[in-house]
Write a protein that binds this ligand. Structure first.
Ligand code: 9L3
Ligand code: MG
Length: 152
């Protein structure tokens, strides 16, 4: 019996380390221009449709976080961003991995992001950030996003 319990425990430990090894990074961009933060409204999956989030997505194998951030922003909004540095804590995404945020610069002042995959894209002032219907993970970032938006 003891041996069987030990074996069961070892299997659990092995499964746990597999889960950790598989933890995927999802990168998100915090882009501020003229005192407003760039946010997007999700169109899928159904459980997240209508909720607001920072633009971004999964880091693909062989890609750095910065490369993924630039690629995702280009795919999702047709704009080129310049990542600047990390913002706020890593946030667990249950069943997916970790959400990691980078601030980013949208250098062309005249370029307007378009909602390619999303329902809408919007520039939001600091005072209105807390009132958005955020995706749960992104809501954790609101204090850091308000501070960033007020400061830029
Ligand atoms: N996610 C949460 N907040 C964000 C982003 C960009 C992504 N700001 C979550 C939603 C999905 C997963 O990460 O569960 C992958 O994102 P995507 O590839 O569907 O954008
Ligand atoms: Mg995405």
């Amino acid at each position: 019996l003891v041996l069987r319990l030990l074996a069961a425990h070892r299997t659990q430990v092995e499964l746990r380390s597999l889960e950790l090894a598989a933890a995927k990074i999802v990168v998100a961009a915090a882009v501020v221009r003229e005192g407003k933060l760039l946010v997007q409204q999700r169109s899928y999956p159904m459980s997240l449709a209508g909720k607001w989030e920072l633009p971004g997505g999964r880091v693909e194998p062989g890609e750095t976080e910065v490369e993924a951030l630039v690629r995702e922003c280009h795919e999702e909004m047709g704009v080129v961003v310049r990542p600047l540095g990390r913002l706020g804590p890593d946030i667990p995404l249950p069943g997916v991995g970790l959400l990691r945020t980078h601030t980013a610069w949208l250098d062309a002042a005249d370029v307007q992001p378009r909602a390619v995959e999303h329902r809408a894209v919007r520039w939001v002032a600091a005072a209105h950030l807390a009132g958005l219907d955020w995706v749960a993970a992104d809501r954790v970032l609101v204090p850091a996003l308000v501070a960033l938006t007020e400061q830029v």
